[in-house]
Ligand binder design. Structure first.
Ligand SMILES: *[C@@H]1O[C@H](CO)[C@@H](O)[C@H](O)[C@H]1NC(C)=O
Length: 256
């Protein structure tokens, strides 16, 4: 019995040694090794790199992730906000913006949008911000949808900001109309439109309304526009509103 145990231990020991000796890389004798500062530096660099990788992987692991779920909205009575900030290259006197929905309520029930005469051309400081937003949005929209995951993970919060005030005021008459504000909508089908001509508030039609543009000449029409904001609901990080940062110049009146 005793003997058997001893041989078993011996056997085990020899096996372990064999594993220890097993090495795919030939060992170099200590005497042949030479220490160099380059090697040391490389060791330090790789050590730091490993530390950094461990750190970033841990941060990545702990950080939050966005998971999107789509569920039907059955809260029919709730209202939905729409946020608008659009500049059209026509003076406010020639532009009308409103909402028509299937409940056929009057547009002013939803709130009012402010109309502000302005110049279509942006001041340099505004141009810079608008271009940034435009590039960023078109990049996300057209090229790398997944980039946004990384941006949000880094707590990058993209809530589009108001344009800064003009750094210089042009010395010419206003040539555009900025329509901005928020409206509260019913959750039913409807349409929001901005078009030439003021709404005839005094003319009530059983369904819909008309925009009166009888006193405008063809030259007055210019559907060139810029969208700073067009979103639904409360501002929320991580949602890219595809039309924000859009600018369309129309060279011919009546066309877009
Ligand atoms: C409309 O306005 C824009 C900006 O001011 C201008 O570039 C464009 O040429 C205009 N189009 C017409 C048809 O007048």
């Amino acid at each position: 019995m005793e003997k058997e145990n001893v041989t078993l231990l011996k056997y085990r020991g020899s096996k372990l040694n064999k594993v220890k000796e097993l090495d795919f890389f030939p060992k170099v004798e200590e005497t042949f090794k030479q220490k160099s500062s380059v090697g040391g530096t490389l060791s330090i660099i790789s050590f730091l790199l490993i530390l950094w990788l461990i750190y970033s992987e841990t941060v990545y692991f702990w950080d939050s992730k966005f998971v999107f779920k789509f569920i039907p909205d059955n809260d029919y009575d709730a209202k939905l906000g729409i946020n608008v900030d659009i500049t059209v290259a026509m003076p406010c006197a020639n532009v009308g913006a409103d909402i028509l929905d299937s409940t056929n309520q009057h547009a002013y029930k939803f709130g009012t949008l402010e109309e502000e005469d302005t110049w279509f051309e942006l001041a340099p400081n505004q141009r810079r911000q608008f271009d940034n937003e435009r590039h960023f949005n078109s990049y996300l929209r057209e090229e790398y949808h997944a980039v946004k995951d990384i941006l949000w993970r880094n707590r990058y919060i993209h809530i589009s900001q108001e344009l800064p005030p003009r750094s210089e005021i042009p010395n010419r008459p206003y040539d555009a109309c900025r329509i901005h504000g928020s409206l509260i909508l019913n959750k039913v089908s409807g349409n929001f439109h901005i078009t030439a001509g003021k709404t005839g508030k005094s003319i009530s039609l059983p369904r819909g309304h008309i925009h009166i543009s009888a006193f405008m000449s063809d030259r007055d029409y210019n559907f060139t526009h810029r969208i700073n904001r067009l979103s639904f609901g409360e501002p929320s990080p991580g949602i890219v509103h595809p039309l924000e940062g859009d600018e369309t110049i129309s060279e011919e009146s009546m066309y877009l």
